[in-house]
Design a protein around this ligand. Sequence first.
Ligand code: ZN
Ligand code: ZN
Length: 245
Amino acid sequence: MNRVDPLTVMAPLTNALIPVAATPQVGVCGLCRTGVAPDFTRCHSCHEAASLDPPGILPITLSVGGGLIHQHLWQYKNHDREEVRERTGTLLAALTAVFLNHHAECIGEWDYCTTVPSVRRIAMEPIVRRVQRLRDNYKPVLRARDGDGARVLNPEQFDVTDVEAGDRVLLLDDTFTTGAKMFSAVAAIRSRGGVVVGPVVIGRHIQRQWPPSSQLLEWLEQRTWNVDRCARCAGELRSGTMFGK
Ligand SMILES: [Zn+2]
Ligand SMILES: [Zn+2]
């Protein structure tokens, strides 16, 4: 497996990937790049995290509710058949590896990577395990505490161990939905003096039914996801004027 080109391995996913928009741009959240109404620069979740001044999220693709990427992001950890978990995990790991290889400069330098855990499990571990660059520099510094604070921005939902001031921590998660966990993790790492790098998420989850997201998808779905482009180095720009429709 290690000898196989990850670009070949991820090929079955390619047509389902949706490129991510550049920011700042009308109709795009400046932090997580979901769709927003034209007079907003942040989505609700990112607005809630404004006091934290979090770094911009770097999604590999948009993940539309019910779409293939969304299904894979669920199946690799939840499917009851091991072969399905195995197959989808391998695809997503190859996608992640390709992205890390092509956008190391966009992501920035990091000392070790860590993932956003839930109380029950560290969902992304099956992917980290399959990507050598992550596996070799993996440090699970966050532990989710029991309790019900997980849906709001609350750094207290994590115990932080083994982060020293100045550590550059690549923060990873498979899905960004409300961002509450991701932003809480950012705050928790920073509370120990760590510098958050990335944060890289595989899929920025969006709902087609939400009008600003459907407007965003209208033009992004016309584009082809390209391995050499990410939201930071070459995010998609809506054609025509940057203002108005
Ligand atoms: Zn946002
Ligand atoms: Zn890039």
